[in-house]
Write a protein that binds this ligand. Structure first.
Ligand code: ADP
Length: 388
């Protein structure tokens, strides 16, 4: 009986041990399974992070290569770790992966800039003139946890911007000079007229006439400057329509015929092409009037010939005179604002010196071209080419 109880006890103990073992085994299995799942999740995460990093690297490379200016990235050790091919304008890019801020074959000014940017570890913004072009060189330091870990270097071509600024400065200086002259004349005359002892009626009359002329000149300069500034915007407003080119020239000629006759000049027209051109008639009338009146102003003998030639693509208008002509230097400068060959004569003839600059702007606003051919004392021809 006692042995039966013992056997039962053993069995019970064995059962309990088995249950524990089973429990322990199953929890171990669960743990292993959980670890396995976690492991898989971690691997997936690593893979996606790696994929993300690769994608980001590719995106960065695409951005860097499509940037329209030369750029490079110096890493913590001063090595070129990223760059774009625009950099080749400063030197060869072979073996660029081995190049550093000290060891590269770029233009000396670029080398100096890279060296300073890396050693000084600070933001830099300088203008560098390299191979006849102006670049704004920028260095932007990169910091990670407050520590310098390289820098981004960018070169932006600002040649056009600087040239524009220079031109604007010159225009303002020239315009002030142009405006100062009539103002000084008016001021001087008014001061004399205001003197208490002044009582010369003839001089007073003469001064009043001169003041009136100078005021007209000021008015003309200001109006021309305003028109030029309106034309120099990117997309000037033109009221374009199909116009008969021959009628337009005849219209421009009409008010100038008397002036030509008075100077003993003969006006000849030679229309080899007739047709319609898509243009702004008011503005083109201004162009033709200016060129024809200039050819009258600057000629004292011979003929003024206006010729039209064309084909199915282009129409060319020539305004030719046999007047004083222009040498090569003058021909190059003739379309500049306020440029005059003979300052005194041009001033007396009442021009603002902006006429040809306006003419050029109008022709170019139409998508056309203007050029000049001339020789001293052998006359001048202006050519305007427009699209049909
Ligand atoms: P302006 O108003 O002084 O005439 P323009 O811009 O029309 O100014 O002309 C600039 C300069 O170009 C003139 O001052 C003149 O010296 C020269 N010029 C223009 N047209 C002719 C021409 N047909 N023959 C000779 N010189 C010319």
């Amino acid at each position: 009986m006692q042995a039966g109880i013992e056997i039962n006890d053993y069995l019970l103990i064995l059962l309990i041990v088995c249950v524990f073992a089973l429990f322990w085994f199953s929890s171990d299995m669960k743990q292993e399974h959980r670890a396995q799942v976690e492991n898989q999740e971690l691997m997936a995460q690593i893979r996606s992070t790696e994929k993300d990093a690769n994608m980001r690297k590719k995106q960065l490379l695409t951005i860097v290569t499509s940037l329209p200016f030369p750029m490079l990235l110096l890493d913590t050790f001063g090595k070129i770790s990223l760059y774009n091919t625009h950099l080749s304008i400063f030197g060869p890019l072979d073996n660029i992966d081995e190049m550093t801020y000290l060891n590269n074959k770029f233009h000396t000014k670029v080398q100096e800039f890279l060296k300073d940017a890396y050693i000084l570890e600070k933001e830099m913004d300088e203008i560098k003139r390299i191979d006849h072009r102006d670049y704004q060189a920028l260095a932007i330091p990169i910091r990670s946890k407050q520590r310098f870990s390289g820098c981004l270097v960018i070169f932006q071509d600002i040649t056009k911007t600087l040239a524009g600024e220079k031109m604007q400065k010159r225009f303002i200086a020239d315009a002030s000079h142009e405006l100062k002259t009539p103002i000084a004349i008016i001021k001087g005359m008014v001061e004399i007229l205001n003197r208490e002892d002044f009582n010369d009626e003839a001089t007073q009359h003469d001064f009043m006439n001169q003041i009136s002329n100078e005021i007209e000149r000021l008015d003309l300069i200001v109006k021309d400057m305003l028109q030029l500034s309106r034309l120099s915007i990117d997309d000037p407003i033109l009221d374009r329509r199909k116009c008969d080119i021959v009628s337009l020239i005849d219209q421009s000629l009409q008010p100038l015929k008397k002036m030509a006759k008075q100077q003993g000049l003969e006006i000849i027209t030679n229309y080899n092409w007739r047709g319609q051109v898509f243009l702004d008639p008011m503005k083109m009338n201004q162009v033709l009037s200016n060129l024809i009146s200039n050819s009258i102003k600057y000629s004292d003998h011979g003929e003024i010939r206006i010729q039209v030639d064309g084909d199915d693509k282009y129409v060319t208008i020539q305004v030719h005179d046999q007047g004083k002509g222009l040498d090569e230097v003058q021909q190059k400068r003739i379309f500049e604002r306020f440029y005059r060959v003979d300052d005194d004569r041009a001033r007396k003839s009442g021009g603002s010196g902006l006429g040809l600059a306006i003419v050029k702007s109008i022709v170019e606003a139409h998508g056309g071209k203007i050029s000049v051919s001339s020789a001293p004392n052998q006359g001048t021809t202006f050519y305007i080419q427009l699209r049909n």
